[in-house]
Design a protein around this ligand. Sequence first.
Ligand code: FE2
Length: 332
Amino acid sequence: MRNDEKIVLGIESTAHTFGVGIATTMGRVLANVKSVYTPKSGGIHPREAAQHHSHLAPEKIKEALKVSGIAPSQINAVAFSSGPGMGPCLRVGATIARALSLKLSVPLISVNHGVAHIEIGRLTTGCRDPVVLYVAGGNTLVTSYKDGRYRIFGETLDIAAGNCLDAFGVTTGLGLMPNPEIKSYEGKKFYYLPYKVKGMDVSFSGVLTAALKLFREGVRLEDVCYSLVETVYSMLTEVTERALAFTGKKEVLIVGGLSRSKRLKEMMMEMVKLHDAKLLVVPEEYAGDNGAMIAWTGALQLLTNQTISIEDSKVRPRYRIDEVEIKWFNYL
Ligand code: FE2
């Protein structure tokens, strides 16, 4: 380990995942452990998820230290995901991070969860300046770096793409993703669903309602899944393509939980070929929410002195990625 290499412990707790990561300023991920809260029925209950996080936190922190072989005294900063996310969940992570920062007498770093998804994607795929599709259960947006910020080209006007597919799966008894997509591979007949791209933004609630209506009318489930998956992914591919054409960039990066989707990758691959661009996808381990992405983005912020005082370390459930000044962009 180099003398100037600093170690950051990162805590992720925006939604169902409590994650602890340890990463260094040289881009080495030393630990990435997590525990995911699964609701007994329906969607995530924020208070139940927060309870899960607070119960599991001590064990997961110890596990991350053990996996990394790092002693608490070697940690140079503590980072936490300050938003966007569910208030009760965010507060658990923030409280633990503040306590650790005080106990270890090291700086505290507030990390935007969406920015962290992008940075772990850039680190692990080696891409430099991509158009990014950040697509997950709680977020859907297309962004790219320009003049010190990740600018949002388009985003969902209502629910996230992942949420749309998960909600369809849960209501129809298929369960969460990837089950609805797997079912869609057996589909043969395509039914029109409201394809809503408005400017550069997308809307999925109408697609979900229409797909559920078809299901209730007795249309073959495989065909509804096929129609739903193709419609949702086409919308995502269209807005990403327009951002790529507009910026003239040569890389497309997919991050977030839905980046695991086989069909989405196929569609995006066809699209990037038409633009002589390259498709990069974050590795599965870092696709969903994880502590490593918070630790790594924390390390980048440590390098650029973007730390925060305990007094200012509020959580921000609606924290947008374009509010963050990206001082480290050319460090990679
Ligand atoms: Fe996420």
